[in-house]
Structures are given as structure tokens and as C-alpha cells.
Write a protein that binds this ligand. Structure first.
Ligand code: CTP
Ligand code: MG
Length: 226
């Protein structure tokens, strides 16, 4: 079965607060989105990359990756899930959808391989994730510590997240229509009663969110590209 990468890249980067959407900020010689696309376009098992863009986007077409034969662009939507759904419309029904945030440029081929290899163990799909390392606290209403939360079974959800395209499309649509909180693909599958796999991924696969993250992404990319 074909593997199609879906890249939501229609956000505006409000927490970054830069002069353009964060996926177009430069690190290590090219924009964050260009790095992300390179990682996906160069993977031999990924046959197509569908990128969802903001309607006002006037930068994407200037990227060298824009004319790559594997690349297709679509208009994204108001929420991340809307952007993913728009891209899924163009994915073949019996493929696997590998959804990856535009804002995670430090993804490695080894992590993609690991996630793809997990399909035997998790035929309904899986996500890259990382065990929580810090002690976790739940705050009380006064802003103090209420309780310490046991971290033994807590994971950070990362991307890529890999699911059968038809199922993902159906459950994302249904979960959104039902007003469920859908912050990643796995949450739509969970809403449908499915329990996706957790595949332990690299800690440097960060999502560039705040200005401090730019330096980290640069460091990780420099290490990977050298
Ligand atoms: N995204 C999208 N469509 C949206 C919102 C987000 O395609 N309507 C994408 C972003 O471009 C990003 C990914 O989803 O690659 C993860 O979202 P996030 O890190 O929250 O990015 P932004 O929404 O752009 O940032 P912020 O929340 O700070 O505004
Ligand atoms: Mg956002």
C-alpha cells in the first residue's frame, strides 16, 4: 500500500510572533517548511507529499520544493484538523496517511522507518511519541501544586502520525462534526474507540513553536546535515 505524507502548513504561527508564518522562517540555509519537505520527499517509501497551505500564502511557490514531482498543494482550513482533512481528500482511499507538522523540520529518516515498521504490530495506526521525563504536577485553583501526577504512563505526542487513509478521513470528519477536541490525528481515532500505537521517537523532533525553539532547531539540523 502506498504511503502518502500529509503536511499541515496553513497555520499563522501566532505564538512565534514573527513577520511571517513560522514555517517560512529560515534555519540552516532554508525555511523550516523546506527542511520538512526535504525529509519527506526524499524518503523512498513515501510516494506523494500533500501540503495544506493558507489561502493568503504567497511564499510557498518560491520554494524549490514547490515543483517537486511528488508534491501536491491544497488549501488548508481554519483548524489544523481542517487542513489535514483538506489534504486527505487527495490521498488514495486505500493508502496510509503519514501526517507530519510543517513545523517539525528535524524529523529523521530513521524515525520515519521506525513508524512505518510498526504497522505489523499496530495495523490500526501509530504515532511517534516520547516518554515524559520531568516530574509532572497538576496545579490547583490558586496556581499552586495540587498533586504530583504519576508519569510512568505519560507520553508526549509527536508527529508523524500514521493511519489508514480511509479510516482517518472518516473518523476525523465524524469527530469534528461531533465537536470533539481534535488536536492530533490520534485523538480522532481515540474518539472512535481505537487505541493507536505509541512508537518511541527521537527527542530532537521538536515542534518549532516559540522563538526559543529556533536556536534548538538550528542546532539539531546542523548536527543532522553535517
Ligand atoms: N496548521 C494548519 N492549519 C491550521 C493551523 C495549523 O495546517 N489551521 C499547521 C501549522 O502550520 C503547523 C501545524 O499545523 O505546521 C502545527 O500547528 P501549530 O504548531 O499550532 O502552528 P500554528 O497554528 O501556525 O501556530 P500558533 O498555534 O502559535 O498560531
Ligand atoms: Mg496552532
Amino acid at each position: 500500500q502506498a504511503v502518502v505524507a500529509i503536511v499541515p502548513a496553513a497555520g499563522i504561527g501566532s505564538r512565534m510572533g514573527a513577520d511571517r508564518p513560522k514555517q517560512y522562517l529560515e534555519v540552516c540555509g532554508q525555511s523550516i517548511l523546506a527542511h520538512t519537505l526535504d525529509r519527506l520527499l526524499s524518503h523512498p517509501q513515501i510516494s506523494q507529499v500533500i501540503v495544506a497551505l493558507h489561502p493568503d500564502d504567497d511564499i510557498f511557490d518560491s520554494l524549490p520544493q514547490a515543483i517537486h514531482p511528488k508534491l501536491i498543494k491544497v488549501l488548508g482550513g481554519g483548524e489544523r484538523a481542517d487542513s489535514v482533512l483538506a489534504a486527505l481528500q487527495l490521498a488514495p482511499q486505500n493508502s496510509w496517511a503519514l501526517v507530519h507538522d510543517a513545523a517539525r523540520p528535524c524529523l529523521t529518516a530513521a524515525d520515519i522507518d521506525k513508524l512505518l515498521a510498526s504497522r505489523g504490530q499496530f495495523p490500526q495506526g501509530a504515532i511517534l511519541a516520547m516518554p515524559v521525563r520531568d516530574t509532572m504536577k497538576r496545579a490547583n485553583q490558586l496556581g499552586g501544586i495540587g498533586t504530583t501526577v504519576c508519569r510512568d504512563d505519560l507520553w508526549h505526542a509527536l508527529t508523524p502520525q500514521l493511519f489508514p487513509t480511509g479510516q482517518l478521513k472518516g473518523y476525523l470528519n465524524a469527530a469534528m462534526a461531533a465537536g470533539a477536541v481534535v488536536t492530533d490525528e490520534a485523538s480522532a481515532m481515540e474518539w472512535a474507540g481505537i487505541s493507536p500505537g505509541l512508537v518511541s521517537g527521537r527527542a530532537d523532533n521538536i515542534k518549532v513553536t516559540h522563538p526559543d525553539d529556533l536556536g534548538l532547531a538550528e542546532l539539531f539540523l546542523m548536527r543532522a546535515l553535517s
